[in-house]
Ligand binder design. Sequence first.
Ligand SMILES: NC(=O)c1ccc[n+]([C@@H]2O[C@H](COP(=O)([O-])OP(=O)(O)OC[C@H]3O[C@@H](n4cnc5c(N)ncnc54)[C@H](OP(=O)(O)O)[C@@H]3O)[C@@H](O)[C@H]2O)c1
Length: 274
Amino acid sequence: MSLSLGVIGLGRMAQVILHSLFEVGEYVPEEVIGIVGQSRSIQKVLTQFPKGISVVDSNNPMAENVWDAPVKILAVKPQQLNEIKEKVSSKVQFSKDRPLLISVLAGVKLKRLQDLFPSHVCVRAVPNTPALVRAGVTGLSWGEAVSTEQKLLVEKMFQPISKVFDLPEVYLDAFLALTSSGPAYLALIAEALADGAVAAGLPRHLAHQLTYLTFEGTALLLKQKELHPGELKDMVASPAGTTIRALRHLEKEGVRSAMLEAVVLAAQKSREMG
Ligand SMILES: NC(=O)c1ccc[n+]([C@@H]2O[C@H](COP(=O)([O-])OP(=O)(O)OC[C@H]3O[C@@H](n4cnc5c(N)ncnc54)[C@H](OP(=O)(O)O)[C@@H]3O)[C@@H](O)[C@H]2O)c1
């Protein structure tokens, strides 16, 4: 069976995508080759997948075979990008489309990808970790010369694990700052809220469970009733009540401004990485 998919950097994010591709039957393990940085990572990665997938480290001469695949997912850390060299094999004749390189790297622009991988057409994909439970969001920006078939393939890759948004590239830094970093902000808030509930007397496991249910319910309510967050806040905060007392404290401590600046800083960092 010939190689159909090459994964350069088979770490956490690439594994999420690959699991979904196997589950929906888009690829079978025998068609996939994955590259990792260290030989000691190979065994651990292999245990995550059905038999048949090839995994080698980047120093193994076999790693060059990744360039034979007509579709590649590039999922190394942005600082590892310079180690990656395109070695397109002459063995493979790519029928009418140039091979496709899908990069999930934070901040790295299409222009740079195109310069580094000139024989490929490039796509930027910005997924997030809730993709692990098929509740992610993915932003996609297309490079020049991507064919309709290639666009459909990329959408098909990310749709089972996320809601897909086609976006101009200029939006991707802010998109990433909100959606890719967002789970970390919300996890930090969840931990702090649960700690507060424990301090106020709830058992730890109950405090966590109630925190997640409150997050889920609030997100659903905002979405389904199409409420502005300010409307929901006003609905909950009755005059001289418990909520307004807590909100007054949050405003005094600058929580709103801290969250706003956090997103701006993450977007700035993403631009710098590009
Ligand atoms: N995690 C997220 O939520 C998220 C969201 C959006 C975008 N991203 C992007 O996804 C990319 C990967 O993130 P991650 O969290 O999946 O990182 P990760 O788990 O550290 O995965 C990086 C992978 O690259 C491999 N690698 C290192 N050097 C290599 C080389 N020279 N050639 C080939 N492979 C090499 C690593 O292997 P070893 O482990 O053996 O070194 C590892 O398998 C990043 O660029 C990030 O910006 C991540």
